[in-house]
Design a protein around this ligand. Structure first.
Ligand code: 5RP
Length: 223
């Protein structure tokens, strides 16, 4: 079993009967959704899922997990999702899979948020992984110029055929190649104030538990 599968299965243990569960996106979250699907089928686990992307929605439906949208529930009991980087003070970046907008919305209305990662995602400071910013296509070149002027090293994320990648909400992703994010709160506030920015991948003070897959010590849980 690989580390992503180990943490996915471990996180699914926190899902209890009657819960509304936020289902994250990505190659690690994939294993958690598979395990929840298995429990729904084999253990008659009774939950409602709230998905964070079209890809996860498709997977959850194929597994027979009952779903509602975020607007059809009062709140989410628990969201389980992956992350691109987690710093020593448990701030995170997300959006490598371009699902950051729904991921942040679902996390915002969740009582508990678990991140599942392999040890490679645990870093001293955020920033080595490019920080995704979801933007409205109209005016995106202006934003690119603004980000360049602020020395944020922006690049529009492209598909294999060279066109701008479209998110589930038909927006673009601008990745910021920052190397080191020395002041995440400050950067988050600045990005929040830029017209045309829909959301960014800084997930600050959002996580309540981190489950890490390590090659030497197995699964470690930090509450
Ligand atoms: C998608 C995300 C993912 O959770 C993040 O990119 C981690 O993905 P993976 O588990 O595949 O490394 O934020 O938008």
């Amino acid at each position: 079993m690989n580390l992503k599968q180990m943490v996915g299965i471990e996180a699914a243990k926190y899902v209890k009967d009657g819960m509304t569960v936020g289902l994250g996106t990505g190659s690690t979250a994939y294993f958690m959704v598979e395990e929840i699907g298995r429990r729904v089928k084999e253990e008659n686990l009774n939950i409602v899922g709230v998905t964070t992307s079209k890809a996860t929605e498709k997977q959850a439906l194929s597994l027979g997990i009952p779903l509602k949208s975020i607007d059809e529930v009062d709140f989410v009991d628990l969201t389980i999702d992956g992350a691109d980087e987690i710093s020593e003070d448990y701030q995170g970046t997300k959006g490598g899979g371009a699902a950051l907008l729904f991921e942040k919305i679902v996390a915002t209305y969740s009582k508990e948020v678990i991140w599942i990662v392999d040890e490679s995602k645990m870093v001293k400071h955020l920033g080595a992984f490019p920080l995704p910013v979801e933007v409205i296509p109209y005016g995106s070149d202006q934003l690119l110029r603004k980000f360049t002027a602020k020395e944020l090293n922006p690049k529009i994320r492209l598909t294999e055929d060279g066109n701008p990648l479209l998110t589930d909400s038909k927006n673009y992703i601008i990745d910021l190649y920052l190397e080191d994010i020395s002041a995440p709160q400050e950067l988050a506030v600045w990005l929040d104030h830029q017209v045309g920015v829909v959301e960014h991948g800084l997930f600050l003070d959002m996580v309540t538990r981190v489950i890490i897959g390590t090659s030497t010590e197995g699964v470690k849980t930090i509450n």
